[in-house]
Design a protein around this ligand. Structure first.
Ligand code: GDP
Ligand code: IMO
Ligand code: MG
Length: 423
């Protein structure tokens, strides 16, 4: 048996989907354990593009069991739509299971996400407005509605009526929004429940059976370490725990069952949404990286903020997640710049530090300390062997490995899942 976890080491969009799809080939079960449809995972197969938000990226491989775990928040309309779109492209969703314990994103979660962001004004987080935060709030508040409730008409109606009493007051009286129609929500969601019923089950039992049968299980991370509710750049984070530890809670397995943890990173850094970003290049360099790497959000289409690779962050991510390997993407992209910078430490109050500060006030004082490398302006998108990479690229990658202390196991040289060097 081998269980592997793939997680993001930066602020998301590192290219996790591509590796998950690749590793799914040799897996029996693929499990999402956190987040919701705030995620956007792009997979390119033979030039054809797929953008998945909720369904595990393993779905593109026939016969693999795909699981949405209890730690995920599920927008049923999005789930059904994603299933439909896959079916229309000839991909079966018959091997998909959704945890009965996963929480349901309700219309008032989406509305409140929007209203709260508006209320925050200049301090807004820049959420995806998919209702993720408000849904996790209700989970912690113990007023949430779970998938097992959605498929039980009586329970669903009672819980929705209860919730709407307070949610409509909040929407109308606190935020000045428009109250939601109870009957419409109930009839719409009961229909979703009927359609999804056969997929909703105790997935924890399915996962544990797979463990007992020595099957290969892949846990698909969404979001990333610096967006983690506990370890990210709080409050500019998401509302779940996308780190490797989130697997135990979000899928219901003991830590002893995790064998490998792969951390995905880009050869530079990107961030979508607000919050600190020490190596950001809000200038021509950032614009160039954005254009070369086509850094526009898969979920919201927003231009991503771009900057140099920050190894203070990656070292921190290696520690928090217990990384056993690195997978680095966009090595083709960054090499097109004549000079490539690598942040190896921060300078704060006249001193060099190598740890990632918790306080945003302290983080704001940090100046990146850079090492500079020559680019490798040759087309490497067809390289499949490490030895065939240009020397300048190898120097850059070696230095990353050295400073993070974790081996690079996969190198991305293009969008397609085949454009990968296995080291
Ligand atoms: P995820 O959310 O971590 O799965 O990543 P996204 O799909 O949101 O963003 C990654 C983007 O980079 C997508 O557009 C991918 O197609 C693209 N991509 C991934 N790896 C590579 C790579 O090695 N080279 C290039 N040029 N593009 C890549
Ligand atoms: P993948 O899986 C990049 C960011 C949002 C915002 C913050 C909070 O594709 O890497 P939320 O809607 O979660 O309450 O927003 O988190 N965010 C992501 N950024 N990639 C993601 O997912 C993200 N999921 C959430 O932009 O800054
Ligand atoms: Mg993404």
């Amino acid at each position: 048996m081998a269980t592997r976890v793939v997680i993001g080491t930066q602020w998301g969009d590192e290219g996790k989907g591509k590796y998950i799809d690749m590793l799914a080939r040799t897996s029996d079960v693929v499990v999402r354990f956190s987040g919701g449809n705030n995620a956007g995972h792009t997979i390119v197969v033979n030039g054809e593009k797929y953008a998945l938000h909720l369904i595990p990226s393993g779905i593109l491989h026939e016969g693999k069991t795909c699981i949405i775990g209890n730690g995920v928040v599920v927008d049923p309309a999005v789930l059904l739509d994603e299933m439909k779109q896959l079916n229309e492209r000839g991909i079966s969703t018959e091997r998909l299971f959704v945890s009965d314990r996963a929480h349901v994103i309700m219309p008032y979660h989406r509305v409140l996400d929007e209203l709260q962001e508006k209320f925050r004004g200049k301090d807004s987080i820049g959420t995806t407005k998919r209702g993720i935060g408000p849904c996790y709030c209700d989970k912690a508040d113990r007023s949430g509605i779970r998938m097992c409730d959605l498929v039980d008409e009586e329970v669903f109606i009672a819980k929705t009526r209860d919730n709407l009493k307070i949610k409509n007051l909040l929407i109308e009286k606190v935020y000045g929004g428009q109250r939601l129609d109870e009957e419409q929500i109930i009839s719409e969601y009961l229909e979703y429940g009927r359609k999804l019923k056969k997929y909703v089950t105790d997935v924890n039992a399915v996962i544990f059976d797979a463990i007992e049968q020595d099957k290969e299980i892949l846990f698909e991370g969404a979001q990333a370490t610096l967006l983690d509710l506990d370890f990210g750049t709080y409050p500019f984070v998401t509302s779940s725990n996308p780190i490797a530890g989130g697997v135990c809670v979000g899928a219901g397995i003991g830590p002893v069952y995790i064998n490998e943890v792969y951390g995905v990173l880009k050869a530079y850094t990107s961030r979508v949404g607000a919050g600190p970003f020490p190596t950001e290049q809000d200038n021509e360099i950032g614009d160039k990286i954005r254009e070369l790497g086509w850094e526009y959000g898969t979920t919201t289409g927003r231009p991503r903020r771009c900057g140099w690779l920050d190894l203070v962050m990656i070292r921190y991510a290696a520690r928090i997640n217990g990384l056993t390997g690195l997978a680095i993407n966009h090595v083709d992209t960054i090499g097109k710049l004549p000079k490539v910078k690598l942040c190896v430490a921060y300078k704060k109050d006249g001193q060099e530090i190598t740890s990632f500060p918790c306080s945003l006030k302290e983080l704001a004082k940090c100046e990146p300390v850079y090492e500079e490398f020559d680019g490798w302006d040759t087309d490497i998108s067809n390289v499949r062997n490490y030895n065939d990479l240009p020397d300048n690229a190898k120097k850059y990658l070696k230095r990353i490995e050295e400073l993070v202390g974790v081996k690079i196991k996969m190198i991305g040289v293009g969008k397609d899942r085949e454009q990968t060097i296995i080291v």
